[in-house]
Design a protein around this ligand. Structure first.
Ligand SMILES: *Cc1c(COP(=O)(O)O)cnc(C)c1O
Length: 424
């Protein structure tokens, strides 16, 4: 065994890391022998310890102030959603007016398509990636049908052209250009959930706009994972959830971005009173006047208890900042990759892009022996406190989250695979 594979080396890497881990700020799920090596932050991020205080703060305020909680103090509920604006804007590279925390991801995707998918007989189509997350596909397909068009012809799914389900930029450009005259909207992921491939949002937006289509992105696997510059990318809208890398709890209130140039759009929207101009909202008039910016798409007064965890999570991101977090992420995932290449290559094939610039923290690993071997390995790892997630038929996704995972966690994964191999 070379030094790379020793636990002394992994501990040394952790001790010397330029960004000390914030692991102590999180609740780490326990396994028989101590902490789990938890690699499923791409599905449900761990709970920041600060969440409980934020939730209790809301419960206390409600019990003591009741309706007056809407108007009292810094964390008054009337403006509670605005506490998230600036920290969220920093994470996604936006202006504060361009972002809002509201609803859920899929609901926000529908709301965005109501305004930014405006099909005509000449341009009815939406272009997405083949094998997209089912909810996105259902949303897109149902929007096309809702407008009286035919998803059979007007939902265009671009097939992956590279091994392992990856997309070349050339294939994306070719598809957008080929269908350009019929495209109303391009909807693309920031990071693809199966493969972990990260895309150049700026470039895809440029290509879509050149064809006269609008462009939206789903950042479910990108937010809090890779650096984003949504404003400068010129993308028309973006949606994401906060329960994956944003660590805000199951079903957490989601996020939405609307580019500044649409801040005062007169495109149709599904309106609700919380989107009405805050200055006159409580005049309770009959005519809807939207608040400029992303907040103008809000429907209801927000679930304050649902938003509270996000405050604790955003505090942690602000302590570190996305650039330093990304640097750490590159080190952790790079270490995972080198352990696999040097030691486990006959068992695991890395499907994610080899170029770190083209992926987030996740590596999607195909188990070479096929489905039954894969399940056996996955179960062995889980029984030993190493948790990834399983994708049929033979893929294990491992996502070292730089806020709380360590090099030592990564080594535990590699050791677990090694131990399993010896049982075969
Ligand atoms: C996680 C995820 C979703 C989940 O949608 P919800 O509305 O939050 O349930 C949707 N799309 C993508 C791409 C995802 O990764």
């Amino acid at each position: 065994m070379t030094e790379l594979h020793s636990s002394e080396h992994a501990f040394a890497l952790d001790a010397a890391d330029p960004l000390p881990t914030l692991r102590a700020q999180f609740h780490i799920p326990q396994h028989a022998d101590g902490d789990q090596a938890y690699f499923v932050g791409n599905s449900l991020g761990l709970q920041p310890r600060g969440v409980r205080a934020q939730v209790e703060d809301v419960l206390d305020k409600w019990s003591m102030e009741a309706v007056e909680g809407h108007f009292r103090g810094n964390s008054q509920w009337m403006r509670y959603h605005q506490l998230m604006r600036e920290p969220l804007a920093r994470i996604v590279g936006a202006q504060p007016e361009e972002v809002v925390a509201m609803n859920s991801l899929t609901a926000n995707l529908h709301l965005m398509m109501v305004s930014f998918y405006r099909p005509t007989a000449e341009r009815p189509a939406i272009l997405i990636e083949a094998g997209s997350f089912p909810s996105d596909r259902y949303a897109v397909e149902s929007q096309i049908a809702f407008h009286g068009f035919d998803p059979g012809t007007d939902l265009i799914e671009v097939a992956a052209d590279l091994p392992g389900g990856l997309f070349s930029m050339a294939a994306i450009e070719q598809a957008i250009t080929e269908h350009g005259h019929r495209l109303a909207l391009v909807l693309w992921p920031g990071v693809q959930y199966r493969t972990g491939q990260a895309f150049d949002v700026t470039e895809i937006t440029r290509i879509a706009h050149a064809q006269g289509a609008l462009c939206g992105v789903d950042l479910a696997h990108a937010v809090g994972n890779i650096p984003l510059e949504l404003h400068d990318s010129d993308v028309d809208f973006a949606v994401w959830c906060h329960y994956k890398y944003l660590n805000s709890g199951p079903g957490a209130v989601a996020g939405c971005f609307v580019h500044e140039r649409h801040a005062r759009t007169d495109a149709p929207r599904f309106a609700g009173w919380w989107g009405h101009d805050a200055a006159t909202r409580f005049q309770m008039g009959p005519d809807f006047q939207p608040t400029p910016g992303a907040e103008g798409w809000q429907l209801s007064n927000p679930p304050i208890l649902g938003l509270a965890p996000l405050r604790a999570s955003l505090d942690l991101f602000d302590q570190v900042g996305m650039p330093a977090l990304r640097e750490k992420s590159l080190r952790l995932t790079g270490y995972l990759e080198s352990l696999i290449q040097q030691r486990l290559a006959d068992t695991l094939e890395v499907l994610s892009p080899a170029d770190p610039a083209e992926r987030g923290c996740q590596l999607s690993l195909r188990v070479r022996g096929g489905r039954d071997e894969g399940r056996s390995l996955f179960d062995h790892l889980a029984a030993n406190g190493v948790l990834g997630d399983w994708r049929e038929p033979d893929v294990i996704r491992i996502s070292p989250a730089p806020l709380y995972n360590t090099h030592h966690d990564v080594l535990r994964f590699a050791d677990g695979v090694d131990a399993w191999r010896k049982t075969r």
